[in-house]
Write a protein of this length. Structure first.
Length: 175
């Protein structure tokens, strides 16, 4: 982008440097503000939107009060990275990813859903729990260590891939 003098090059380099800085300096913290985690997520989503352009529709929404909430760093980004890795497809007319964060008084909810290429069906399938891959398994282990029984994580795959994470807000800080 810099070599071709793309007008988005400066903004792209800035977002990338902020993500790298966050990963270098905040990933070793026990907990960080939810605002910081969501800002890093926003930068990552913006970079991926630049990468895919009109080939991919991304809907990212945050509702509720994120102030004064804490979370373990780099918990959410693995799920979003996974959606960008598997969501965009040449086999789909329109690929999409929907990401939502909702904070209420008692529960933090995070949801990532992405389109999947159509697979030939041999038999009707029920949604299966599908949380595979080193990165996603590591996140699940971290969640168990950090939040114990105070979180719920589900991943299902049918016509779409859906990950849902809930953490009791009073447990967003470490035990």
């Amino acid at each position: 982008m810099i070599i071709t003098k793309d007008e988005n090059a400066g903004e792209t380099v800035l977002k990338l440097s902020e993500i790298l800085s966050y990963m270098l300096y905040n990933s070793n913290e026990k907990e960080i503000s939810l605002e910081q985690e969501l800002t890093c997520l926003s930068h990552y989503i913006a970079l991926e939107k630049l990468r895919y352009g009109d080939e991919l529709t991304v809907d990212y929404q945050v509702s509720g009060n994120v102030e004064h909430q804490k979370i373990a760093p780099l918990i959410l980004i693995s799920f979003v990275e996974n959606a960008f890795k598997h969501g965009p497809s040449d086999g789909l007319e329109k690929s999409w990813i929907a990401i939502s964060v909702d904070i209420s008084e008692d529960v933090f909810r995070f949801r990532v859903e992405n389109s999947l290429p159509k697979q030939p069906k041999t038999k009707p399938e029920e949604p299966a729990r599908v949380l595979s891959g080193i990165g996603l398994n590591n996140v699940e282990k971290r969640l168990q260590l950090i939040y114990g029984e105070q979180y719920q994580l589900t991943a299902t795959s049918t016509d779409t891939y859906l990950v849902e994470l809930s953490i009791k807000t009073h447990e967003l800080s470490y035990r």
